[in-house]
Design a protein around this ligand. Sequence first.
Ligand SMILES: CC(C)(COP(=O)(O)OP(=O)(O)OC[C@H]1O[C@@H](n2cnc3c(N)ncnc32)[C@H](O)[C@@H]1OP(=O)(O)O)[C@@H](O)C(=O)NCCC(=O)NCCS
Length: 423
Amino acid sequence: MPDSITITDNRTGESVELPIVDGGVEATEWRKLLPNIWFYDEALMTTAMTQSAITYLDGDAGILRYRGYPIEQLAEQSTYLEVAYLLLHGELPTEAQYEAWTHDITYHTYIHENVRKRFLEGFHYDAHPMGMLVSAMAALSTFYPEAKEIFDQDIRQKQIVRLIAKMPTLAAACHRFSVGMPFVYPDNTLSFAENFLSMMNKVAEPHYQADPRLSRALDLLFILHADHEQNCGTTAMRTVGSAHADPYIAASAAAAALYGPRHGGANEQVIHMLNEIGSIDNVEAFVKSVKDGSGGRLQGFGHRVYKNYDPRAKIIKQTADDVFAITGKSPLLDIALKLEDIALSDEYFTSRKLYPNVDFYSGLIYQALGFPIEMFTVLFAIPRTAGWLAHWEEQLEQDAKIARPRQLYVGVPERSYTPIATR
Ligand SMILES: CC(C)(COP(=O)(O)OP(=O)(O)OC[C@H]1O[C@@H](n2cnc3c(N)ncnc32)[C@H](O)[C@@H]1OP(=O)(O)O)[C@@H](O)C(=O)NCCC(=O)NCCS
């Protein structure tokens, strides 16, 4: 067996030869040889926790495909709702399937009045919309108790449609509340992205129609963010889902992970960083401070798996130009371009394979589209819901075991309790 490894238990002399398949080895056989021996793998950096047929990612080559389709082709030719269908069903829809799917999503965009009136409006006036969204997603579980029937196909499909459809409504409701504006009901005559922009921006006009070039740019950003295989949020979805929690609860856990600045919160950090740099004259000094450790990390740079230019960042950079042609250039763009230029020709970044990731330019586009910074991670969560749900469903179909890793205990050995008076 040329493409294999041999594991020998030196205590017994027993060995097992394991084939290397798709770049890895399966644990089942060595687990039998080495019962009760665990492998320490911090943050699961070398452990595949699941098999998945949804997204293919080659971080060294900068390749991303959903169900086999290159992200570049989907970004150019598809729509977010078609991509959501593809992620969930494995195939692109026929015209009739696409029409039925779009109709279903469009007619499930309303949220129960009590979600907004009793729940969302109970938040403090300055609540961060992402905190509100995470809570609202979990709260949906209490409005649809049948969602617990996760093995009933019809019920499961209904919740998938509901969650994808209601995410923009919840997101816009969180935003409107946080800026003191009245809630805008969904408009079924609009596309997914247009409807979201209407719920975000409508004031007194009877019908809000976004510039089609801007709603297309937003839809494209939704496509790029729809899935990214086993990232932190998706792993949270699969971990919570493996306990057979309902999809609202599992997705709220995934969204909670996404909220972190090392994950989906990075686009917000990029704008803070660019604002702090303030001028292209300060870029070189800033890069120096990143390198000597005093300036923190270069936000929007680096990735656990991309050790090459993130293919989504390439597409986003092009989209940024298209959006700025309509909205006017962001004053932060020149700083970002110079930062990228300097970093990509600096040995510190090249030797560590640190390239711009999806968040480096997405924040600038969101800002140009008029979204406040606090909404950036919310804008990521809306489309990622399709990916989370695709993984959740795949896992249920795999009849996956409950996620339960081992730990390496490094605490004190057994000791006796001492009464408080003698401590
Ligand atoms: C994404 C991220 C968390 C991946 O982290 P990781 O795979 O665990 O990589 P590490 O933290 O081990 O970093 C490897 C090396 O690169 C450096 N590095 C990584 N990202 C860096 C960044 N953005 N700026 C400066 N240095 C960075 C680390 O300091 C480390 O250097 P060292 O080997 O001298 O100690 C990390 O690159 C990061 O914090 N990026 C900024 C936040 C961001 O944009 N997140 C969005 C991801 S889509």
